[in-house]
Write a protein that binds this ligand. Structure first.
Ligand code: IPD
Ligand code: CA
Length: 259
């Protein structure tokens, strides 16, 4: 019998391959908008349905919460899935997107995986067992100077423009270079892999960050207490940073870190 981490990896890898196949076929011409800048493709729904079917087949009766079909956290075992994170990229022919899946038990995230099919990169973590990129141990960067820090500031339609602009301004004033890649899950994975020093977003959904938060922590980084009220359906702000810049990033963003 496969262990939990292998099952998760299997599911997100297959889902990612399906998403990449659809990405190549649809060529950026098949999307609708749920609202301003809120993209939906048929692939989001197909992938989520595939992931739900696989979870039900492998772990019957578990609760599932997903971006497209919703769901409730319930009690006990819970899966949180983002079928395509970076949907706006996916829809506009930009291959920066991923599938993200996390497993929670007794109010704690136990394992998570983020798979970026276009680069064939699998970011994984298990609670207390470290984080890996394609099987190799992955650690956050050691960069300790904000003047050399590359950070990502996420944006969605739910962000208040003036607050977003103020945060970007402050980041630049503190000396950081600032990017926005359009996938919160990959933004967190990149902090874990040492490709960015920090990821911050003022309002983000649980499914965007469920796997990434664990992956950053297990790679030696710091995060805020996103799950503070044990309501796994909630949106919140997120800050994930390497350890060396923890204090500075908390001061810059005004967001308290827990680890
Ligand atoms: C979005 C992306 C984006 C982030 C938004 C998310 P989606 O998810 O992660 O980078 O800034 O907050 O909603 O729509 O691509 O699944
Ligand atoms: Ca998402």
């Amino acid at each position: 019998m496969k262990d939990l981490a292998m099952e998760i990896e299997d599911i997100v890898r297959c889902a990612g391959v399906m998403a990449l196949t659809a990405f190549k076929k649809t060529n950026g011409k098949n999307y609708s908008l749920k609202g301003p800048h809120d993209y939906l493709t048929a692939t989001d729904e197909i992938i989520e349905s595939y992931v739900r079917t696989e979870i039900e087949r492998r772990f019957p009766g578990d609760n599932v919460l997903g971006e497209e079909a919703g769901g409730s956290a319930g009690s006990g075992r819970l899966w949180i899935v983002d079928p395509i994170d970076g949907t706006a990229n996916f829809a506009r022919c930009i291959p920066h997107f991923c599938v993200s899946l996390a497993f929670f038990e007794e109010n704690r995230v136990i394992a998570g995986a983020i798979y970026a099919p276009a680069t064939d990169e699998m970011f994984t973590a298990e609670f207390g067992k470290g984080a890996r990129l394609n099987g190799d141990i992955m650690r956050v960067s050691n960069q300790h100077q904000l003047s050399a820090a590359s950070i990502e500031v996420g944006w969605s339609k739910n962000t208040v423009n003036s607050e977003y602009i103020a945060l970007v301004q402050r980041s630049l004033d503190f000396g950081c270079s600032v990017r926005r890649g359009g996938s919160g899950a990959l933004g967190l994975a990149y902090v874990a892999a040492g490709r960015s020093e920090a990821y911050v977003e003022l309002y983000i959904n649980a499914w965007d960050v469920a796997a990434g938060i664990l992956i950053v922590q297990e790679a030696g980084g710091y995060v805020n207490d996103f799950w503070h009220d044990n309501d796994f359906t909630n949106s919140n702000c997120v800050l994930a940073t390497n350890a060396a810049l923890g204090e500075e990033m908390a001061e810059l963003t005004g967001i308290t870190l827990i680890s």
